[in-house]
Design a protein around this ligand. Structure first.
Ligand code: BDR
Ligand code: CA
Length: 313
């Protein structure tokens, strides 16, 4: 059965690859719309970048919506130091010509969930959770309509990448993350513990470059740019490809293993703000609210990604 999804995103080179993977897989995934949020860079750039990526995939018919331009409570924190000034530095891509939809992304999420059967739509979240939490707060009736939320965010053993304690997507809008993790919707989490195992080594970047289409070399240029930061930081032989873990999970869940556990979001402490307090060892009596992934078959992941990217223009 084709799975209906909304991609909520702050592109971001790794977001871009995640979107390309979904758009390359129409037999399994129907993308109802792409909703942009402020995160890696401000909203005017993330919505632009989302349209650029859809055009790169030959999908200028895709509906792209702009959502929240700042987190629910805190001021926006961005990550140009990782993604460059545009958020999509690396390849030279044309300015998008496809339109941005007039509707606010949060209204699109609410209206789409209301129009669909309960359990028909999965939310794939690749950035801060602001748009999703706003939809849940503005229209609590849509919460039970969501089939599942699959998100990239948080960390347990790897702890933080933007502060010593917190992963970027959760740190940017911890209040929104807290709303989502308390919502009761089934949640699958791709934390840094998983994404730091999906490394774009030189050989893997060359495999993208050799795909023989337009998208392959563009993806290689994106990962070349994006990985320099993490390679320096972690001393690894390739940068992590975080967000595509979300769309890969939809296509091949068996690539990932994890635990059904309780995950709470720290919203009060200045020191550990945005930390995902994941009860990996089940030492609390708090009820499980998420499937928190811990491992991935990285070779299987890259095989899938290459096979799908090769189908794009
Ligand atoms: C997450 O933060 C962003 O920089 C990436 O796009 C990814 O969604 C990783 O912490
Ligand atoms: Ca992202």
């Amino acid at each position: 059965m084709v799975r209906k999804i909304i991609i909520d995103t702050d592109p971001g080179q790794d977001d871009a690859v995640a979107i390309l993977l979904a758009l390359a897989s129409p037999e399994e995934i129907e993308v109802l719309g792409v909703t942009a949020v402020a995160g890696n860079v401000p909203l005017h750039l993330t919505q632009r970048n989302a349209r650029m990526v859809c055009e790169l995939a030959g999908r200028s018919d895709m509906k792209v919506f702009a959502g929240c331009d700042r987190p629910m409570v805190r001021p926006l924190v961005t990550a140009e130091h990782v993604h460059g000034q545009t958020g999509l530095d690396g390849p030279v891509l044309p300015e998008p010509t496809m339109p941005l939809q007039d509707k606010h992304a949060v209204d699109f999420i609410i209206e789409t969930l209301r129009a669909e059967e309960a359990g028909a739509v999965t939310l794939c979240v690749l950035g801060p959770l602001t748009n999703i939490a706003m939809a849940f707060q503005m229209a609590p009736d849509v919460v039970e309509k969501v089939q599942e939320i699959v998100l990239m965010g948080g960390a347990y053993f790897e702890v933080g990448n933007i502060t010593p304690a917190a992963e970027f997507n959760i740190y940017v809008d911890p209040q929104a993350a807290a709303v989502v993790f308390a919502s009761g919707v089934p949640i699958v989490v791709m934390p840094l513990d998983v994404t730091h195992k999906v490394l774009v080594t030189k050989a893997r970047a060359n495999a993208f470059r050799d795909l023989g289409n337009t998208c392959g070399p563009v993806v290689a240029e994106m990962t070349d740019f994006f990985e320099r930061f993490d390679m320096e930081k972690y001393g690894s032989d390739g940068g992590p490809l975080h967000d595509p873990c979300v769309t890969a999970y939809l296509l091949k869940p068996e690539l990932f293993t994890g635990r059904q556990i309780n995950v709470e979001i720290e919203v009060a402490s200045e020191l550990t703000l945005g930390m995902t307090v994941a009860d990996w060892w089940r030492v609390s009596d708090r009820a499980p609210n998420a499937t928190f992934m811990g491992d991935v078959d990285a070779d299987g992941f890259f095989d899938l990604l290459n096979e799908r990217l090769a189908r794009l223009p």
